[in-house]
Design a protein around this ligand. Structure first.
Ligand SMILES: [Zn+2]
Ligand SMILES: [Zn+2]
Length: 341
């Protein structure tokens, strides 16, 4: 039996609030703004807590017990876009669903999706560090807001500020879950903004990520530019590149014994001691710490640089075969398959 999708549940509720065309206060999404942040600002512009705001519009439909940036029903995006006088594509671009066909073929509805850092949701509490943030960006913003690309595992630093992204409060180690601030406070004015840690209340803008390593900057700055321009161009598609990049990261992160030679070779090349990978879903690339993801990305991007020379050089050194590189890969792009001819 198919489990009901949020779309199935939300449809009857929408009719309750269908009597007005526009919300009393418009809130346009900012450049690359994340859906939950947009809704958070929308609710506060109406002097409502985000949960109350949703209840007024959508009844008892509870969005906060799931990763709503990933799973928001289309009807809600349509509804909020129309009521804020923006087109649907602009509303959609605040969600991780927008990356379908751009960063990955299809969003995985019931499990984890490539490139998306998991929240690890249990009721409304988040246990994993699935949301990164740049305190320097928040500090520079006239209206501080959360970027949609901070949820992506393929970014470890901010290419605008050249600082590593943080993923937890430096004081109390709580995850960055800004909308939890609305829980447990009767009056929203008692709490300030998204830049406060939801747990200890400290102003996260007072901190800063460390300066990015120059080697990382050299290898990954064009990746940052690519990712951040996706939401401004609905026709963007370099999905083949991102599929191969993710595959290389899987090979560099897997415990599969055939992948060990390339891992040892690349670790030596990047002057780090080889450590056996533990494999398993928990240890796949998207779940790793910032430090590990940074290293693996540097290695994978180096392999893709001067295509196909670096890749062929490594394969010649370690005698790796085509089957190791394309293991479990669906629809590899033709330019990648050509290298094995
Ligand atoms: Zn920044
Ligand atoms: Zn804190």
């Amino acid at each position: 039996m198919r489990l009901p999708r949020p779309e199935d549940i939300i449809q009857p509720i929408l009719t309750h609030s269908d009597f007005f065309d526009l919300l009393p206060c418009f809130t346009k999404p900012k450049e690359n703004e994340l859906f939950t942040c947009w809704v958070y600002r929308m609710a506060h512009s109406h002097d409502l807590k985000v949960q109350t705001f949703f209840k007024v519009l959508f009844g008892n439909y509870n969005i906060w017990n799931r990763d709503i940036d990933r799973l928001v029903p289309d009807e809600i995006i349509h509804f909020l876009s129309k009521r804020n006088n923006i087109d649907y594509q602009k509303g959609l671009a605040t969600t991780l669903k927008y990356y379908e066909g751009k960063l990955f073929p299809k969003l995985n509805f019931y499990g984890n999706s490539k490139w998306i850092m998991p929240y690890g949701i249990y009721h409304r509490k988040r246990f994993k560090y699935g949301m990164q943030f740049c305190p320097t960006c928040l500090n520079k913003d006239d209206t501080p807001y959360v970027r949609v690309y901070w949820r992506l595992s393929l970014l470890t630093f901010c290419g605008n500020c050249l600082k590593y992204l943080l993923n937890k409060c430096p004081k109390c180690n709580s995850p960055f879950v800004f909308f939890r601030q609305d829980v447990g406070y009767k009056n929203i004015l008692e709490k300030s903004s998204i830049y406060n840690c939801f747990n200890c209340g400290i102003d996260l803008r007072n901190f800063s990520g460390e300066d990015v390593n120059p080697r990382t900057l050299e290898l990954q700055s064009s990746l940052f530019l690519e990712v951040t321009k996706i939401t401004s161009n609905s026709a963007y598609s370099k999905i083949g590149f991102f599929e191969v990049l993710h595959q290389f990261l899987a090979v560099l992160s897997s415990r599969y014994f055939r992948c060990v030679p390339v891992q040892k070779f690349m670790d030596k090349k990047f002057n780090v001691a080889y450590e056996p990978r533990e494999g398993g879903i928990k240890n796949s690339f998207d779940f790793q710490t910032t430090e590990i993801r940074e290293l693996r990305l540097n290695q994978a991007i180096w392999l893709l640089s001067n295509w196909p020379l670096n890749f062929l050089f490594v394969n010649k050194q370690i005698g790796n075969y085509r089957s190791h590189w394309i293991k479990d890969m669906h629809n590899p792009p033709s330019w990648f398959m050509k290298v094995f001819d």
